[in-house]
Design a protein around this ligand. Structure first.
Ligand SMILES: Cc1cc2nc3c(=O)[nH]c(=O)nc-3n(C[C@H](O)[C@H](O)[C@H](O)COP(=O)(O)O)c2cc1C
Length: 309
């Protein structure tokens, strides 16, 4: 049998499949659909310092090749998360990645430090697609803002691997990846959702209450494959920083494509809304693919894409 295990900056995963932040509840909800012992990791929804109700409806709508969401980081806040949700991680048969969001450096710090102190959390993921209320700029869209954020967090979060989830809504995703690595990121997620909009042509109203939201699902997959490859060929391979490819994976082929482009692990989000059991099929398909490729381990195939003959 092929060895599908991978390492994310020291966090060992049984296989490369990771459930994406915000698409599988807090910790264990996906266990209603399948045995979490079959996948590599679950990512918590993004947790903020204070509880948040999120945006008014509509905050999820479908689109021809995926979905748009503007949830607005609805969550119970770090204190209730630690008291009520984290205990459900006892005996979790896969790794748990804690996702952190905030609107100031202090908010990120509060959640990241709380995660760093907890044994249940295997790695900390910074969702940097949030505006800083101090200047209105998104941390993940400006290299200086990202560097400043990591400059505060990295020295105070020392126990757990630090993952930065990049925003795709930038002119130069490679420059943002370089800034993240320079700031101490030990792994990267490429990427979050694409800024998007939908309008009801009869009522002329924006379909999402906030007007704009994030596009995810199969429609973004080829764009993210290109981004994963650019980031891997750019700063990530040289620095030995693993990438989690995330965007539009619905089957093992999509996951294999990310791996060939340079991803060590593969996230799944929107696919869970279509078929919550699809991650298990992706794992099984990857195992057969690795064997067909004549490899013993999946890591042999990371970045193994080549020019067309
Ligand atoms: C309903 C929904 C909620 C999401 N919530 C979060 C979140 O809390 N934090 C985060 O970093 N990303 C969040 N995301 C983005 C996903 O983690 C992922 O980056 C994105 O959906 C692209 O992957 P996919 O095409 O496989 O869905 C959310 C996506 C969806 C669809």
């Amino acid at each position: 049998m092929a060895d599908l295990s991978v390492s994310l900056a020291g966090l060992r995963l049984r296989n490369p499949v990771v459930l994406a932040a915000g698409t599988c509840g807090y910790v264990r909800e996906a266990a209603d659909a399948f045995d979490l012992g079959r996948i590599g990791a679950v990512t918590t929804k993004s947790i903020t310092a204070e509880p948040r109700d999120g945006n008014a409806p509509w905050r999820i709508i479908d689109s021809p090749a995926g979905m748009l969401n503007a949830i607005g980081l609805a969550n119970v806040g770090i204190e209730r998360f630690v008291a009520e949700k984290l205990p459900t991680a006892a005996g979790l048969p896969c790794a748990l990645i804690g996702s952190v969001a905030g609107h100031s450096v202090d908010e990120y710090l509060k959640v990241a430090e709380a995660f760093d102190a907890r044994g249940e959390i295997g790695a900390i993921e910074l969702n940097v697609s949030c505006p800083n209320t101090a200047d209105g700029l998104q941390f993940g869209e400006h290299p200086d803002a990202l560097r400043a954020l990591l400059g505060e967090i990295r020295p105070r979060v020392r126990r757990k691997p630090l993952i930065v989830k990049l925003s795709p809504n930038v002119g130069d995703v490679v420059a943002m990846a370089a800034a993240a690595i320079a700031g101490g990121a030990q792994a990267l997620v490429v990427a979050n959702t694409f800024s998007a909009m939908a309008i009801d042509v009869e009522t002329r109203a924006f379909r999402l209450s906030r007007g704009r939201g994030g596009l995810s699902g199969p429609g973004i997959h080829p764009i993210v494959v290109r981004m994963v490859h650019d980031v891997w060929r750019g700063p990530a391979r040289e620095a030995g920083v693993p990438i989690i490819g995330l965007g539009g994976v619905t089957n093992w082929r999509d996951a294999a494509e990310f791996i060939l482009a340079g991803a060590t692990a593969v996230g799944m989000g929107t696919a869970l809304f279509i078929d919550p059991r699809s991650p298990v099929r992706v794992v099984d398909g990857l195992a057969k693919w690795v064997e067909r490729q004549g490899c013993r381990t999946v890591t042999e195939l990371v970045g193994a894409a080549r020019s067309a003959p």
